[in-house]
Design a binder for this molecule. Structure first.
Ligand SMILES: Nc1ncnc2c1ncn2[C@@H]1O[C@H](COP(=O)(O)OP(=O)(O)OP(=O)(O)O)[C@@H](O)[C@H]1O
Ligand SMILES: [Mg+2]
Length: 250
């Protein structure tokens, strides 16, 4: 088992004995229960499991949006479970790109303006911002849709704009919560192909939560959660199974 302090630089994400509980009245929900796992750099991985198994909770811990109850989280070799809110916000802006199921584009802004948004928080000049926005939209195959508003785009195209917005700051890790959940089969496959390209061409690590079994063949590894417990990792693309570390549920 690899602990965050032993990070040799090959891991994008390391969770060591991570537990997250939520208190509701006198009840305690164990959203994640002693999860230890390691996601290699420059890999495209899927987190799968039934509704309520802790997938979104896991993503929120990786992005520092939520905090562990116990255990440790290291991302890109940096221990984020000990950072304060200001440190986390600055770290997230540099290292994380977020993609959501319903795109979360601003309807009154064009594709260009939506993608430019994260850059307004940086010190880049207007000219440099334009270069970055155009290359991000080109990377997702939408160089000819700069002036389109979200309502003038298909769902698949909207998700491409959202992915362009997530990569425009050149983050190391792309985190996506059900990015194909609202798309038809063809558009979903195009998004999965695009994410694969972002891994191979731009060397991104992509962590995706999905319910879609069709996505298994696109990813390097599938990590499975059940009732907050990490039950095993399987190779994607093929059905070859590898043993879970450190525990496999009965
Ligand atoms: N803020 C919160 N307060 C209380 N309980 C929460 C909170 N967030 C999540 N939970 C609980 O933790 C468990 C895991 O939730 P989570 O959202 O991570 O599941 P999920 O695997 O993403 O499910 P889905 O597939 O439906 O999106 C659930 O039982 C949920 O009710
Ligand atoms: Mg969820």
């Amino acid at each position: 088992m690899t602990e965050p302090e032993n990070n040799d630089g090959s891991s994008a994400v390391q969770l060591a004995h991570v537990t997250r509980t939520y208190k509701r009245d006198e009840f305690e929900v164990r959203a994640l229960d002693d999860v230890t796992l390691d996601i290699p750099r420059k890999s495209f991985v899927a987190i799968m499991g039934p509704s309520g198994s802790g997938k979104t909770t896991l993503l929120n811990l990786i992005t520092g949006i939520d905090h562990v109850t116990s255990g440790r989280v290291a991302v890109g070799g940096e221990e984020i479970s000990t950072m304060n809110e200001r440190e986390i916000a600055a770290w997230r802006a540099r290292h994380i790109g977020l993609v959501f199921q319903f795109y979360n584009l601003i309807p009154v802004l064009t594709a260009f303006e939506n993608v430019e948004l994260p850059l307004l928080l940086t010190h880049l000049s207007k000219v440099d911002r334009k270069t970055h926005v155009e290359s991000a939209l080109k990377a997702v195959g939408l160089a000819d849709r700069l002036g389109h508003y979200p309502r003038q785009l298909s769902g698949g195209q909207e998700q491409r704009v959202a992915i362009a917005r997530a990569i425009v700051t050149d983050p190391t890790i792309l985190v996506a919560d059900e990015p194909t959940g609202d798309l038809d089969a063809k558009s979903a496959e195009e998004i999965l192909i695009l994410l694969t390209q972002l891994k191979t061409q731009f060397h991104k690590t992509i962590v995706m939560v999905t319910h879609d079994p069709r996505s298994e063949r696109f990813v390097d590894t599938v990590y499975r959660l059940d009732k907050g417990v990490f039950t095993g990792a399987e190779k994607g693309g093929t059905s070859t199974k590898t043993p879970a570390s450190p525990r496999i549920s009965a």
